[in-house]
Each structure stands twice: as structure tokens, then as C-alpha cells.
Write a protein that binds this ligand. Structure first.
Ligand SMILES: Nc1ncnc2c1ncn2[C@@H]1O[C@H](COP(=O)(O)OP(=O)(O)OP(=O)(O)O)[C@@H](O)[C@H]1O
Length: 754
């Protein structure tokens, strides 16, 4: 049963600044001398009087405690309270002694004096007039803030958010909330259209108000960017926005033009239809196009010399390079910007290695990078050359979100401080979204060669844009596409079948293969049983890997064979409860020590460290990214933290609140598997929404496996996926922006077809 207690905060025993989790001692409550309280609070002031609601709980070690669910701060009512409040350290320049002197002088009248006649504080010894004014200003700001918070609480705004809102607007918060609460959605991270709209409804703003429609349009576009689009066709924007707001589409047109004039939106034509960009994405695409154009210079090398050097490389490596591979090296040598593409087993890695050798021979400084930790690790292994994530290449700093403009992370490497390298090679380009591409290009100056490598048939990036495909489709830059499957690769059914799938050809299922198996099963629970047996018994031996290295991939999140259910069941079998393993529930998920987990959003501030022997920290940094996987090593109930060791050896500490950013990873969606490779992949396939059972997804899933693919399920579903060419349309127009610019600059670089 929930109870209310009042008292003042005597002292804080423990506080985690990340999540606000606090253990503190409350005094002056009616029933108790001292009451230990726990809970998560955005801000607390030692000495403050509070009225708290919560429940009494019994902690096995610490005994009786009061678990606070909410509290309000109250102005102190008696002289003790006032003295404690002033002397708590909450007001700069006043310590306990000075507080006592003030209260001795003014008694019960102290707070009134501070508020109404602050100059009189100077009557107290040790307070100058200036200091008196400062004290008054601080006290009144705190009182004002309290008033605002109480006001905001009426609209269901949490203390945490309330504090942010107050910091931003101060007293003008009342006017803003009453006139245009949608400003909050633009100005304050953590407030989205939905919250603003709720406030607006409570304040009584009309459904067809100008602000609401404009904010709704921006929100619709923002949501679209969450789905990967950089723009929406006008009609679609109107339909979606009308649905969101519950108003007629006819309201939109006028606002559209106003917002174009206000530079919030940009209109362009594409294939005869009007498309609408949020301004930010238009400029991201435009600037990306411009910077790509700037890099696209010709720096011809002596043809004979290049030919000679390629021969040398062939001799040294004992490989006879194919014509297209040689052409790739020549183009890479001759051009400031070069793109290499091709499916699995077509010799991309072999070509990258030859390109590296070529430039090494010139004494060039070469940097390699890929969009994810896993991809970078693989690049390091296949090239024997240190590769890093693009984020690390660009030297990500941990600047908090609020201080960053838009979505892009802040990097130490940028236009003012570009990368000092002669050649930069980026692998797995299909995963690079428009934000990251833009940041990368900012840090590359003309004269540095940029080589982009990837398979355009992979799923596009999780983030907005379709960068690699658009760059290739613009036909403005030199591209070499490798299509031949080499002998060794052609012995692998994974490679051969992947190419078949990509072309829409059916794959023979006869289990004569050594690396591509199909187990026909037609019941979800039987399929799961087979999957578990494969992970626990068969596959680890077959591919020489640990059970955790074997990855289950599925197209969907929901359903009998969706990620969520699979994870619950796989966790039970692969990491069952045991003495000594702690657990923590987060929403409807349960984490247990030893679980395989994955980070599901980019967190640019999350700190990590790499430890050497005896746990000595040898490297520190920030940033944990969508798709990073690891093992949950420890759950600390008292500190409310959980430690994860990522695959590349980084350790990161999550507060319990941040556990929302983690998911179990025994099974993951195919989308999340992009750019990763696993020794063995298991694909349970039974049925699901058409949209998710398509060729593109199957292709990505199959190409994730290094040694073995096992499909468990219905062969008809598998065949249907190969037939289903319909993939979700992605609205991006970087190709148009590139073409537009190269036309205006009269740059007639073609796509390398000489
Ligand atoms: N010119 C060549 N002559 C003979 N074999 C080659 C040649 N180029 C590549 N190969 C072989 O073909 C196989 C696939 O090549 P590579 O690993 O470079 O392709 P890839 O496109 O990077 O493949 P994936 O994307 O699957 O990693 C390798 O076994 C490689 O040794």
C-alpha cells in the first residue's frame, strides 16, 4: 500500500548520476527518527524538505527502507527547516554557519526577506550587497523552477523532462506551452510530437491549428527517416500526416509552402512527382554529393608502371588477377574516388589486398575502416592490415546528444581537422547511412584517395539513405563490378546459392551439400527443438565454433518464430537459471548473467574500456553501436548496473535504465545481422508477412555464413522468398543530387566504361 511521508533529506548514501538511482536518509518524518529511502530521482537537494509517496520494503541486507515512487519538494516551514535549506549547499556561497547567522537574524521571516527584500540580507555580517543579490537570485530561481515543475507535472511531464524544459525556456515556458507546445518537440530532445501533442490537447489547442499541422508534418518525415527514407513523395506525406493528425489532407498544402519558405522543408521533383525533404536531409544529400564530386578527380599514373606493379603483386601473391580485378587496381590508382562492388566470392577481398599492396609499394599511408566492429574485425583478418570502425577512424568524441546538431555524432576528424592519409578504404559500404557518409566525407580532403567497397544487393543501411546503391546508380563515378565467382568460392554452396537467390533462381534442396542444409519441418515448436539441437550438439563440432558463435537469424520480431519468442526459449536452454547467476527484468525481457546480448541503438556517449592482464585498463573510449553483440558478464543489484563484454573485448557498464538499449541476441533479425559474419547461420522459416519474406532478406541472411547455412522449416516458404522481389521501397535521392551537381559543374566523368 502506498504511503506518504514528509521530512528533509539529511544526507545521501549513494547516488548513481547516470540513472539518478539514490539511497538517502530522510529525517524529521513523523514516525521515524531516520528513514532510509531509495528510488530514482533526477535531482535532489540535500537539506530540502520533501513529501514523498511510496511503499515500505524490506531489503535482505539493509532492512527496512522506503521505496519512493514520487516526491515533491516543499518550502521549509520552520526556522530549522529554513536554516537547513539555506545551509545545505544548494545555494552557492552559503554554508551552514552563514545560514545559521541569517536565520538567527530574520527568524521565521527569512524566506520572505529573501524573496521580497533581498537587499536586507546584507545586514548579516559577512554578506555584501552583491552577495545578497546573488543569494536572492538563486533562491528565487529555485522557487520559480519548483513552480514550473509543479505546473508541468499537471501535464504529465516527468521531473527529469521538466528540468530540461525549464532550463531551456525559464519563465517563458507558460506562454510557450499555451501557444505552441509543439516547439518543445523541436527544441528539446526527449520530447517528441506525441508528448507535445498530448500537452497541446490538454492546453486546449485545436486539432487543425497551424502549429499542430506543421509539427505533424515534420514528425511524419522524421518517422519516415526512422524507416530509412530521406524524403517522402508529397502525396505520401499528406496521407500519412492526415492519418496521424486526424485532419483532412486539404489542410496540408498551404503549410507545406510556408514551411518551404521557413526553410524547414525542401521540395524537389523526381520522376515527375514532387518529393518533400526535411531540410536537414536535403542538405545531407546535397553536401554528400558535392563532396563526392570534389573527391572525384583524375590523378593518372603511368599506365606501364601500373601494369608492371600489378604483375609484381601477382607474382608475390601467387594469384593471377582477373581482368576486372586489374581494372579495379588501375582505377583505384588513377582516381580520387573509386567504388568496388560485387557479390560473395567474386574476389573483392583479394582485390582490396592487391590495392593495399599497390599503394604500400608507393609508400602511401593507408587507412582501412568498416561501419561495424564486426565488419572491421573481419577486414583486419582478411587483409592482415589494421582496420577500425568508421566511428573510430573519425575519432568519435562523447559529446552529449543535446550539444550535437541533429543526428550526427561529433567527430574529432572533420573539415577543420581532416584525416591525414593517402588512401582510405571502406568496406561493407552497404551499411553506411547518409549521416555517417556525410561525416566521413567531411574528414576526407581532395588528394586523399577514397575507395568504397560493398555489395549493393545487401540490405540497405539501418539508418536513412541508400548510399552505396545511389552512388553506383548515379553513374557519375568510376565503379568496377566483379561478377565472376572464383573456383574455390564456386565450390561453396553458400556462395553459389547466394548468387542464385540474388538472381531469383531456385536453389536445389537435396542435402548433398557440405555447407548448405535444409531440414524440412512444419511445426514451429519442432523447428525450435531442431534449432536448439543444432546449436548445442551438431554445429559447434561441424564448424569448429562455440555454441554462442552460431547465429540464429529470422526475418521478423513477432510470431512463433520471431526474435522475441525465439530468444525467450533459446535463453532457457542455452543459458538456464543457475545459482550464482543474477537476473534483471526490463519490461517484458529478462536478462541473466551469461546471456548473449546486442546493443540496439547507437549510443555515442557510452563509455567502454579494454582490459589487459589482471584487469588493468589499457584503452578507453566512448560509443557502443546498434548491432554490437557481447556477453552480459555481471548484474549488480545494489549499484543497479550491468556489465557487458563485447566481442571485440570492450567492456561497458549499463545502468539498469540503459538496459533498454540491450536485447537478447541468441536470435536476431536479419536486418541486424548486416555486415556481420558467423561461422554458422541457422534460419528458421515457416511463415510470416509477405513484406518480410523477400529475396533481399534471404540473400543477406545466407551471405552472413562463413562455413554453414542450415534452413529449418518449410521449403515452400523458402522458394517463395526467392520469388518475392518486393522489398520495402526506400526513398532516397542521393543519385539525383550527384547527377544534378555533375551536370552543373560540367563534369562528365562516366562510370568508368571507357
Ligand atoms: N584472381 C583470382 N584467381 C583465383 N582465385 C581467386 C581470385 N580472386 C579471388 N579468388 C578466390 O576466390 C575466393 C573469393 O575471393 P574473395 O574472398 O576475395 O571474395 P570476396 O568478394 O571478398 O568474397 P566475400 O564477400 O564472400 O568475402 C577466395 O578463395 C579467393 O582466393
Amino acid at each position: 500500500m502506498s504511503e506518504t511521508v514528509t521530512g528533509y533529506i539529511d544526507h545521501v548514501i549513494f547516488r548513481n548520476e547516470d540513472n539518478g538511482y539514490t539511497v538517502m536518509v530522510l529525517k524529521g518524518t513523523k514516525k521515524e527518527e531516520e528513514l532510509t529511502c531509495v528510488g530514482s530521482f533526477p535531482a535532489i537537494t540535500q537539506g530540502a524538505s520533501i513529501e514523498a509517496t511510496g511503499v515500505y520494503i524490506h531489503h535482505p541486507v539493509y532492512g527496512k527502507q522506503f521505496q519512493i515512487s514520487s516526491f515533491t519538494e516543499k518550502m521549509p516551514e520552520d526556522t530549522y527547516g529554513i536554516e537547513r535549506y539555506l545551509g545545505s549547499g544548494a545555494i552557492r556561497g552559503i554554508g551552514a554557519a552563514l545560514a545559521a547567522r541569517i536565520v538567527r537574524k530574520f527568524g521565521d521571516d527569512t524566506l520572505r526577506i529573501v524573496e521580497e527584500e533581498p537587499e536586507r540580507l546584507a545586514e548579516v555580517k559577512g554578506i555584501s550587497e552583491k552577495k545578497a543579490r546573488e543569494i536572492a537570485a538563486q533562491v528565487s530561481e529555485k522557487a520559480e523552477m519548483r513552480k514550473v515543475m509543479i505546473f508541468l507535472q499537471k501535464y504529465g511531464i516527468s521531473l527529469n523532462l521538466g528540468a530540461k524544459i525549464y532550463q531551456k525556456y525559464k519563465e517563458s515556458v507558460y506562454t510557450i506551452l499555451q501557444e505552441n507546445p509543439y516547439r518543445l518537440a523541436e527544441d528539446i530532445s526527449g520530447v517528441g510530437f506525441k508528448i507535445a501533442d498530448e500537452i497541446a490537447a490538454r492546453v486546449g489547442i485545436h486539432a487543425d491549428s497551424d502549429y499542430r499541422i506543421r509539427s505533424g508534418m515534420l514528425y511524419t518525415l522524421l518517422q519516415a527517416s526512422g524507416e530509412g527514407h530521406t524524403y517522402l513523395p508529397r502525396e505520401q506525406l499528406f496521407t500519412r500526416c492526415a492519418r496521424l493528425l486526424g485532419v483532412d489532407e486539404s489542410y496540408m498544402e498551404k503549410h507545406l509552402m510556408d514551411m518551404v519558405i521557413d526553410r524547414k522543408l525542401v521540395l524537389k521533383e523526381k520522376s515527375g512527382e514532387t518529393i518533400v525533404y526535411p531540410a536537414q536531409y536535403y542538405y545531407l544529400e546535397l553536401n554528400t554529393a558535392r563532396m563526392l564530386n570534389e573527391l572525384n578527380i583524375v590523378c593518372p599514373e603511368d599506365k606501364e608502371l601500373v601494369r608492371h606493379r600489378i604483375e609484381l603483386i601477382e607474382k608475390e601473391t601467387g594469384t593471377v588477377l582477373d581482368e576486372m580485378q586489374k581494372r579495379a587496381i588501375t582505377e583505384a590508382a588513377d582516381r580520387g574516388l573509386f567504388i568496388l562492388t560485387g557479390g560473395p566470392g567474386t574476389g573483392k577481398t583479394t582485390t582490396i589486398n592487391a590495392i593495399i599492396r599497390f599503394f604500400e609499394g608507393e609508400g602511401a599511408e593507408i587507412r582501412l575502416a568498416a561501419p561495424t566492429g564486426r565488419a572491421a574485425k573481419r577486414m583486419t583478418e582478411t587483409t592482415g592490415y589494421e582496420a577500425q570502425t568508421i566511428h573510430r577512424l573519425l575519432e568519435l568524441n562523447g559529446m552529449p546528444e543535446e550539444e550535437r546538431d541533429g543526428h550526427s555524432a561529433k567527430f574529432e576528424r572533420n573539415a577543420q581537422n581532416p584525416l591525414e592519409a593517402d588512401v582510405i578504404i571502406i568496406d561493407e559500404m552497404s551499411m553506411v547511412d547518409i549521416h555517417l557518409m556525410h561525416s566521413l566525407l567531411l574528414a576526407v580532403v581532395a588528394g586523399t584517395r577514397l575507395i568504397l567497397v560493398g555489395d549493393e544487393n545487401q540490405l540497405p543501411s539501418v539508418g536513412p539513405g541508400n548510399v552505396l546503391r545511389d552512388i553506383i546508380r548515379s553513374r557519375c563515378f568510376p565503379v568496377v563490378e566483379l561478377t565472376k565467382i572464383f573456383r574455390q568460392a564456386s565450390e561453396s554452396d553458400i556462395v553459389v546459392n547466394a548468387h542464385k537467390i540474388n538472381k531469383g533462381e531456385q536453389v536445389q534442396i537435396n542435402n548433398k551439400s557440405r555447407d548448405f542444409f535444409f531440414l524440412k519441418r512444419y511445426d514451429a515448436d519442432i523447428i525450435i527443438r531442431v534449432v536448439i539441437a543444432l546449436i548445442q550438439e551438431k554445429l559447434p563440432r561441424y564448424v569448429d565454433a562455440k555454441p554462442f558463435e552460431i547465429q540464429v537469424l529470422t526475418p521478423m520480431r513477432k510470431g512463433l518464430l520471431g526474435v522475441e519468442r525465439l530468444n525467450q526459449i533459446l535463453q532457457r536452454y542455452l543459458n538456464p537459471p543457475e545459482d550464482g547467476k543474477s537476473e534483471r527484468a526490463v519490461g517484458d525481457r529478462l536478462f541473466r548473467t551469461g546471456d548473449k546480448v546486442m546493443q540496439i541503438r547507437n549510443n555515442y556517449q557510452m563509455e567502454w574500456e579494454i582490459r589487459g592482464r589482471y584487469g588493468v585498463v589499457i584503452e578507453k573510449g566512448v560509443g557502443v553501436f546498434n548491432g554490437d553483440t557481447g556477453i552480459l558478464r555481471e548484474i549488480n543489484e545494489f549499484a543497479e548496473t550491468a556489465e557487458v563484454e563485447f566481442e571485440d573485448g570492450r567492456f561497458a557498464m549499463y545502468s539498469f535504465k540503459q538496459l533498454e538499449e540491450l536485447e537478447l541476441a541468441y536470435a536476431i533479425t536479419i536486418h541486424k545481422s548486416q555486415g556481420s559474419e558467423y561461422p554458422a547461420v541457422i534460419l528458421p522459416l515457416l511463415s510470416g508477412p509477405q513484406m518480410l519474406l523477400n529475396r533481399n532478406l534471404l540473400y543477406t541472411a545466407v551471405t552472413r555464413a562463413r562455413k554453414c547455412v542450415t534452413v529449418v522449416g518449410n521449403e515452400e516458404t523458402f522458394a517463395e522468398m526467392i520469388r518475392n522481389e518486393k522489398q520495402q521501397k526506400r526513398y532516397s535521392a542521393l543519385d539525383e543530387r550527384i547527377r544534378e551537381l555533375s551536370e552543373t559543374t560540367g563534369d562528365n566523368n562516366t562510370d568508368g566504361e571507357e
